[in-house]
Design a protein around this ligand. Structure first.
Ligand code: FUB
Length: 344
């Protein structure tokens, strides 16, 4: 079958986190639904309540199995609503699902649920990960077995309200509600510049943290993920290619590829570094804006080919919160850079 293809036309799903477990591809998406909530800039219309897992053994041709619901917000003691992006990692024969959801205090945290098999069922922990905040966890297992969680998202993802990440955890412990010391700039051409910083200020970074051996907590304080331009300067707030949400990490030929969504400018971009902690040097755009406000992805190698899993809103006729999973092949240039994906 020619790619791209829609993976699961039977339902609306998004934010695919994809891994190969036991020789099979497992896709862990958000499960979109129409709750009737009105669109707002903080994503109040994204009212997801559960997760499913899909699997397949041939990306281009294979039938996609829906293994059904693996976790429901009603079974997570600390979470009230908005089960946003999640990811899964295998460690010592167990599968750990880290997910973002809003607690009863209206604040996003990351939680863990554990299973014996990649298709679940996943049993949630009673409390969120201590010190966790914001959304969009991506779990990356390095060659030495260490597992890192990349996370964060602006606007509705609340990253901007955690002073700690912006200033560095070593010096200022954060709490929700800190405004990063940023001034209200008044009316601005777009919400990013108005709320977060002047366009020429360094862009607000996402976070990366090593997970504890039991995978239930952070092993350290999260560190900022710094993306530098070719001159070694951090990307700026006003740069349409700066980080917004949807972190993904993959490794190829010893290099660490950090990819992400630029949110309100709607690109998928990537940067390359020599360590999971970065810094990363900006390289370019992987995918031009798709139909729909959000763009979110994962990248894996399977049976000798590379694939980009993502979503768009074509099947729902551009309803922002009703997204459909899609996959396309990914190609590298000889120098390790990624060729822009053709979403035809
Ligand atoms: O699915 C809800 C949110 O939309 C995700 O957390 C973001 O990355 C965006 O795709």
């Amino acid at each position: 079958m020619k790619l791209p293809r829609y993976l699961f036309p039977a339902d609306y799903m998004a934010d695919p986190s994809t891994h190969v477990f036991g020789g099979r591809v497992y896709v862990y998406p958000s499960h979109d639904r129409d709750s009737g909530d009105a669109f707002d800039d903080d994503g109040g219309h994204f009212q997801m309540r559960d997760y499913h897992v899909l699997s397949l053994d041939d990306v281009a041709e294979g039938a996609v199995t829906d293994h059904g619901e693996i976790l429901n917000v009603d079974n997570v003691p600390w979470a009230e609503k908005q089960m946003w992006d999640n990811d899964v990692v295998e460690k010592d024969g167990k599968y750990y699902l880290v997910f973002s959801a809003k607690g009863y205090d209206g604040v996003f945290h990351l939680g863990v649920a554990v299973a014996d098999r990649p298709e679940g069922p996943f049993v949630p922990q009673e409390h969120p990960i201590r010190g966790s905040f914001s959304i969009d966890p991506c779990l990356f297992k390095d060659d030495d077995g260490q597992i890192y969680c990349f996370f964060g998202g602006l606007w509705g993802g609340q990253l901007q309200w955690w002073r700690s990440l912006y200033h560095g955890f070593d010096t200022i412990p954060g709490k929700y509600g800190d405004n990063n010391g940023l001034v209200d700039l008044g009316p601005a051409p777009d919400r990013t510049t108005q709320l977060f910083a002047k366009p020429e200020a360094p862009a607000l970074p996402s976070g990366v943290v090593r997970m504890s051996d039991d995978m239930l907590q952070f092993a350290e304080a999260p560190r900022p993920v710094i993306i530098l331009d070719k001159d070694g300067q951090p990307l700026k707030t006003g740069d349409p290619h700066r980080f917004f949400e949807a972190s993904w990490m993959h490794k190829k030929d010893g290099k660490y590829y950090f990819s992400y969504s630029t949110g309100d400018s709607h690109f998928l971009c990537y940067a390359i570094g020599d360590s999971p902690y970065g810094p990363f040097t900006y390289q370019g755009v992987i995918l031009e804006p798709v139909v729909g406000w959000t763009t979110h992805h994962s990248i894996i190698e399977y049976k000798g080919e590379w694939f980009l899993f993502y979503h768009d809103c074509v099947p729902s006729n551009d309803i922002t919160h009703l997204r459909s999973l899609k996959v396309q092949r990914l190609f590298y240039n000889p120098d390790g850079t990624i060729q822009k994906v053709r979403n035809e």
